[in-house]
Design a protein around this ligand. Structure first.
Ligand SMILES: [Zn+2]
Ligand SMILES: [Zn+2]
Ligand SMILES: [Zn+2]
Length: 161
């Protein structure tokens, strides 16, 4: 999925919430109101969102949205694979194809923090294979590629940067 400048993001949001609901229902996990709202905030766009921003947003909405509640909601969403943590930004992004155990690599725009999720299964296998050569047991893989997205690159080009 390619996040575009002029797409109707309400479709992305609706699809993400529908996927979350059916996934949680199939697993017997409870998508409570706060978990749903936090997911909605992470999905407010295709940019990585910091926990701090979610807390700040929720503080306006509900007195019960205390930090521990919000962090627990984020943990739940991570556990269910509905969101991913972008380690290099210490921020979160919604998963466009939530299912357990999929290979993920991220293209991260340093200008606007848009994150594009890729699923290069071959790359994951290559890393596992190389690690094996070193007798290294892989626990988790984080591939975060930094650069500039198409939109920002175009803007930079216009500005003569
Ligand atoms: Zn969108
Ligand atoms: Zn994903
Ligand atoms: Zn960008």
């Amino acid at each position: 999925m390619q996040p575009e400048h002029s797409h109707d993001h309400s479709h992305c949001l609706a699809a993400a919430l529908a996927a979350a609901e059916s996934l949680c229902a199939s697993r017997g996990a409870r998508l409570t109101a706060i978990r749903r709202r936090v997911l909605e905030l992470v999905w407010s766009g295709h940019k990585a969102v910091k926990a701090y921003d979610i807390l700040e947003e929720l503080a306006h909405e509900s007195a019960s949205a205390k930090p521990p509640t919000v962090y627990r909601a984020l943990d739940f969403l991570l556990e269910q694979g509905l969101i991913h943590r972008i380690e290099s930004l210490n921020a979160f992004v919604g998963c466009p194809s939530p299912r357990s155990g999929h290979a993920t690599q991220f293209l991260i725009c340093d200008d606007c923090h848009t994150v594009i999720e890729m699923a290069c299964e071959g790359l994951e296998e290559d890393i596992a294979h190389e690690a094996d050569q070193h007798g290294f047991a892989v626990a988790r893989q984080m591939v975060e590629v930094h650069g500039r997205c198409q939109r920002c690159a175009a803007q930079a080009g216009q500005a003569g940067d």
